[in-house]
Ligand binder design. Structure first.
Ligand SMILES: Nc1nc2c(c(=O)[nH]1)N(C=O)[C@@H](CNc1ccc(C(=O)N[C@@H](CCC(=O)O)C(=O)O)cc1)CN2
Ligand SMILES: Nc1ncnc2c1ncn2[C@@H]1O[C@H](COP(=O)(O)OP(=O)(O)OP(=O)(O)O)[C@@H](O)[C@H]1O
Length: 188
């Protein structure tokens, strides 16, 4: 299973890099941001997790900045430890950041929040909204914990080129509620 996923990861990385490199010409980030804002709906009073992009991930910061301006509380993931769910620390536009594990920036200080909407980074996805990440299982553990506690919406954000044929699904894999790309919104 992990071999199959590793091969799929390589395919999705290459596709993501090509889409990332072309993003200024395609306008993919602005288009995906607009679809994401529409999918989220009214942000006031919500606690929404975004992420600080690493490598060639689609940049969610324009959407996070807009959502903050519309009255949402924003937060970003912080790795608590191997095999543990993610924690989420409050983020505001321009807040002080330090480098966390794997190169993702994390807020230097701030409250720990529990998101009710998650904007989820990913390497690859399929038409059923299954998600392939970097292989740490962090979002699977996090979504399992959050969904056990109450309703949450997990929205993947990706370039359309990151779509793969049907992914192998393990019992611990948590599907997303929707995936937003520059082409629109995909639902399972
Ligand atoms: N922007 C962003 N922030 C995020 C995540 C993410 O996917 N994107 N995460 C989502 O979970 C967490 C970070 N998780 C990560 C887990 C593994 C690797 C990684 O590069 N893994 C290596 C293989 C494993 C290793 O070297 O030990 C790799 O892919 O080469 C990166 C991030 C929290 N913050
Ligand atoms: N809720 C869970 N409890 C225990 N182990 C889990 C859980 N969720 C995932 N795992 C384990 O984590 C490992 C990595 O999972 P997977 O390959 O699906 O990660 P990923 O979704 O690609 O990574 P990430 O979410 O960090 O980006 C697997 O061995 C899986 O069994």
């Amino acid at each position: 299973m992990s071999d199959v996923k590793a091969t799929l990861r390589q395919t999705a990385y290459a596709a993501r890099k090509a889409a990332f490199d072309a993003r200024a010409a395609t306008g993919a980030v602005a288009a995906a941001t607009a679809h994401l804002m529409a999918e989220i709906g009214l942000p006031a009073g919500r606690t929404i997790s975004g992420y600080m992009p690493i490598r060639t991930e689609l940049d969610p910061v324009p959407a996070m900045t807009a959502l903050h301006g519309l009255g949402a509380r924003l937060c970003v993931p912080v790795i608590a430890g191997k095999g543990l769910p993610l924690d989420f620390r409050a983020w505001t536009p321009g807040c002080a950041l330090t480098e966390g594990p794997f190169g993702a920036m994390i807020p230097s200080e701030g409250d720990w929040l529990t998101p009710d909407i998650l904007i989820v980074p990913l390497v690859g996805f399929d038409a059923a909204c299954n998600r392939l990440g970097y292989g740490g299982g962090f979002y699977d553990r996090t979504l399992a914990r959050l969904r056990a506690a109450g309703p949450v919406r997990a929205i993947g954000l990706a370039f359309a080129a990151q779509e793969l044929p049907a992914l192998p699904v393990e019992p611990t894999d948590m599907a997303l509620d929707a995936i937003v790309t520059e082409r629109g919104v995909l639902r399972p």
